[in-house]
Design a protein around this ligand. Structure first.
Ligand code: ATP
Ligand code: MG
Length: 334
């Protein structure tokens, strides 16, 4: 049997450049080698968007279009809708017994996200415990590899701990997953913030039209110490140069721009224009494929349903083993 990959995204909006370099590129690269499942995590999206469930359906479609646009092949990578796999909440409940409240309290990503979200009525239990449901997502697929961005490392560590406990306590059924980081483990936001994120309005989406990309690039945060284009500028920590490094294949051009930027002989506008050109070359074909799929909703829905059916079959098989290992497969009717 081929080794499995499980990874996913929350359908909180269309996917962006951060998803691409953090995780999508690896998924596309590895889909031939691994039996790949990609979870569209609508249940997890609800944990901080439970007041707006009406957005999920459209966002699931958007995310599926993004997958197809970047080259995930539905024959190889199965798109699975989380809420349509009821075995996931079942496993989550069992795994909850294997995690202490103190461990959840220490999770640095959850801490950071709680700060960002500033929940008006306190932190929902569902949000607080999402590392456990994410461990269920990964382990129900018996995934060995999880291509993710850096923010997800504590989640994978949590999943590994749960697997060790489960296998020791009951029987060796689950597999300890390994994280795989992308070329850029954490792409900064266009605002210079630490992470490009759907929820922070600092992203360039994979399907954004040219004009939107141009506006985003031209208003990007650069070197705040530089007032005139003739001032010597800072390249390190400047997101415009970070994006150049990742998306501009012309390394000589980048070196030349950096050199002139440091000397104060090239302005921000020129550096941004070159970045826009590079991004357009990268995003153009993705945008075109995305528009094609978006105009065929029936086809995309079929792909989602088929992937979910296959994913659910895997989940059901694992749960039969889990229940057996936990002595829950009672024989009262025999
Ligand atoms: P939200 O703000 O709704 O949480 P998000 O932009 O953080 O959205 P997720 O759906 O939470 O996106 O993340 C999906 C995957 O993409 C995860 O593996 C995450 O690590 C990765 N990812 C998201 N943003 C970035 C980024 N800026 N750089 C690298 N990887 C990222
Ligand atoms: Mg996130």
């Amino acid at each position: 049997m081929r080794k499995r990959i499980l990874t996913g995204d929350r359908p909180t909006g269309p996917l962006h450049l951060g998803h691409y370099v953090g995780s999508l590129a690896n998924r596309v690269r590895l889909q031939d080698e691994y039996d790949t499942y990609v979870l569209i995590a609508d249940v997890q999206a609800l944990t901080d968007n439970f007041e707006h469930p009406e957005k999920l359906e459209a966002n699931i479609f958007e995310v599926a279009c993004d997958y197809l646009a970047v080259g995930l092949d539905p024959e190889k990578a199965k798109f699975v809708v989380q809420s349509m796999v009821p075995e996931l909440p079942e496993l989550t409940i069992y795994l909850m017994n294997l995690v202490t409240v103190a461990t959840l309290e220490r999770n640095p990503t959850v801490k950071e996200e709680i700060k960002q979200r500033n929940f008006a009525k306190g932190v929902p239990v569902g949000f607080y415990t999402y590392p456990i449901s994410q461990a269920a997502d990964i382990t129900i697929f018996k995934a060995e590899l999880v291509p993710v961005g850096e923010d997800q490392l504590p989640m994978i560590e949590q999943a590994r701990e749960i697997v060790r406990r489960f296998n020791r306590l009951y029987r060796k059924v689950l597999i300890e997953p390994k994280a795989m980081l992308g070329q850029m483990a954490r792409l900064p936001g266009t605002d210079g913030g630490a992470k490009m994120s759907k929820s922070l309005n600092n992203s360039i989406s994979l399907g954004d039209p040219s004009e939107v990309v141009r506006k985003r690039v031209m208003s990007m945060f650069t070197d705040p110490t530089r007032i005139h284009p003739t001032d010597p500028g800072h390249v390190e920590g400047n997101p415009v140069f970070t994006y150049h490094e990742v998306f501009n294949p012309n390394k000589d051009e980048i070196e030349d721009l950096k050199d002139r930027y440091r000397k104060g002989t090239v302005g921000d506008v020129a550096v941004k224009q070159k970045l826009f050109d590079a991004l357009e070359k990268f995003l153009g074909p993705i945008r075109e494929r995305r528009n094609q799929f978006a105009s065929q909703p029936k086809r995309v829905h079929e792909i989602i349903m088929e992937g979910t059916r296959k994913g659910r079959a895997v989940a059901q098989a694992t749960m039969a083993e889990v229940r057996d290992a936990m002595r829950l497969s009672y024989k009262f009717d025999s």
